[in-house]
Design a protein around this ligand. Structure first.
Ligand code: OSB
Ligand code: MG
Length: 371
């Protein structure tokens, strides 16, 4: 691959409504759009999905910008690659910083698929023509959760995820179940519990949840295995799985029955696919997680979720779930509960240049020397 230039755009956009979790409230989303341009002028796009503060993982927009600018892009300049996989392997010499790595690696995947005149989905082995749409309700009360669920079900979403914590769990879920006895619901705790809450967590078996996501510590694999033994509800791991090795350990220990795969969290599409392949082999179901992302990352999620092991509807929502206007064109749409997987080249969406421009705070350009 003959990379000529890389452009980083730090963008910022307000959410249509606040996203509440027990760890904090997101009202404004910053992210990094990565554009990798080759010597023929073809562009590939990726998105750095770290948040402004390290509430979900240790990375931030600023640490990502530093790692991209001062470490990963120079590394790539000095070590020309033939395939996106080479970038993933090259980046292993740098510890963690998975969201920074993923933003760049995924732009290289998009470029690679475009150069091969293939959709990104086809290029990574996707088999689905459309992926099931799911949505997260992260409100601060039962009544507003019910209102939002109503609206999302009208829009066709196939399942709902809610956020829970020890102050908002049993009676909250009971309230939702009263309105929606048969709705496929999953509950995400974002590490709000400890093993001391065993009885509280066991009680949630009453609600026939599809799963409980990341109940215990964000870096734990051992204690989740003790919990899963006691619960009927499947445990799903999110934060704890940042690599193939983590997924393998979690599966071997019985720490979960389901894994939420986010390419950003695991360092890119190569690692995401390795985890997917392992789970398929071991009979562990997977689904594609979301990061309140802009359209570029949304497009990558659609391609990832088209792989055969993604059997559970992911946090795959339309552009208008969070944004008045997204940075891609056309926007991601949900129709009859599904999102179409594009069959045009690469991620299959273009950049809405006007929207990108009006939301960009910082732009940095890196020129690669001619070979
Ligand atoms: O834990 O899955 C999570 C959003 C930001 C960070 C972490 C998480 C989430 C979500 C919503 O739950 C994802 C989305 O729909 O974009
Ligand atoms: Mg989660």
């Amino acid at each position: 691959m003959d990379i000529a230039q890389i452009k980083l755009s730090v963008v910022s956009m307000p959410l249509k409504s606040p996203f509440y979790t027990h760890l904090g409230t997101v009202t404004e989303r910053e992210g990094i759009i990565v554009e990798v341009i080759d010597s023929d002028g073809i562009s590939g796009y990726g998105e750095g999905v770290a948040f402004s503060t390290p509430w979900y993982t240790e990375e931030t927009v600023k640490t990502s910008l530093h790692i991209l600018s001062d470490i990963l892009i120079p590394l790539l300049k000095n070590n020309p690659i033939g395939h996106p996989k080479d970038a993933a392997i090259l980046f292993r010499s740098i510890r963690r910083n998975n969201m920074a790595k993923a933003g760049l690696e995924m732009a290289i995947w998009d470029l690679h698929a475009k150069r091969n005149s293939e959709s990104l989905s086809a290029n990574i082995g996707g088999t689905r023509k459309k992926v099931a749409a799911g949505v997260v309700v992260a409100a601060n009360s039962l009544s507003s959760s019910i209102k939002q669920i109503e609206k999302h079900l009208e829009a066709g979403y196939q399942r709902i995820k809610v956020k829970i914590n020890p102050q908002m769990d049993y009676s909250f879920l009971a309230g939702i179940r009263r309105h929606y006895p048969a709705l496929p619901i999953m509950a995400d705790a974002n590490s709000a519990y400890t093993l001391k809450d065993m009885e509280k967590l066991k009680a949630l078996d009453d609600f026939n949840l599809m799963m409980i996501e990341q109940p215990l510590a964000s870096d734990d694999i051992i204690q989740h295995s003790l919990l899963q033994r006691e619960l009927k509800t499947p445990v799903c791991l999110d934060e704890s799985i940042v690599s193939f090795e983590d997924a393998k350990n979690a599966i071997d220990l019985g720490s979960c029955k389901i894994i939420n795969i986010k390419a950003g969290r695991v360092g890119g599409l190569y690692e995401a696919k390795r985890i997917h392949d392992l789970c398929l082999l071991k009979g562990i179901e997977v689904w594609c997680g979301g990061m309140i992302e802009f359209g570029v990352s949304r497009a990558h999620n659609i391609a990832l979720a088209s792989l055969p092991g993604f059997t559970i509807p992911g946090d795959i929502s339309a552009s208008n779930r969070f944004w008045e206007e997204d940075i891609i064109t056309p926007e991601v749409k949900v129709e009859n509960g599904y999102v179409d997987v594009p069959d045009t080249f690469g991620i299959g969406f273009g950049i809405n240049e006007k929207r990108l421009k009006e939301t960009t705070l910082i732009e940095k350009v890196f020129i690669f020397d001619k070979k």
